[in-house]
Design a protein around this ligand. Sequence first.
Ligand code: ADE
Length: 234
Amino acid sequence: MRVDIVSIFPEYLSPLDLSLVGKAREAGLIDIRVHDLREFATDRHRTVDDTPYGGGPGMVMLAEVWGAALDAVRATAESDPWLVIPTPSGYRFDQPTATTLAQREHLVIACGRYEGIDSRVAEYYAASDEWAGVVELSVGDYVLAGGEAAALVMVEAVARLIPGVLGNAESAADDSFSKSDGAPLEGPLFTKPPVWRELGVPDVLLSGDHGRIARWREEQAVERTRERRPDLTP
Ligand code: ADE
């Protein structure tokens, strides 16, 4: 899979060199390229934004600059890319969305700052024959300072679903949110030592009875989901 990320803060994306995603890049499983939007600005001040039509606070990012950047990325692509625009006004980015994106050959993530990107950019690329489509996505019901942190979230959630990125032992199949049994949150976890600061481990986990352990874990997951996320309880 290939992912291009366009931002006025390319250094913000440097965590993608590390950990799981960094290793997946080194292994050639994911080709991530970060681009500086300002290189596509044409004036002396490398302006990327202007005041909104209709008035109001903040600034809107220029369609002209985004168009130049996205066309340049498209010119190096081997297939029609999906344009992903992180925005608090987007559709919800959740585990099914990550699964869908993980099946795409090429994503281009356009990180906006300020109030957002001129809406004609999404409209233009949605209608373009050279792009597979456009999707505006929100990572949660809060407002970030820009799309970069959201892009990090999306890339990590997508990358771990690409075959070969996780080892067998850590397969994504029984993650929270990947289960169909109605208890999407995972229950509590314990490892050695058996007593830590006078706190023990539930006896059932030391029983060696795999059937009982599985039932206990399921009960814990159901209870936690009911308590913490009643919205996810069927
Ligand atoms: N940009 C600012 N806030 C955001 C959010 N919640 N999700 C995605 N992109 C954003």
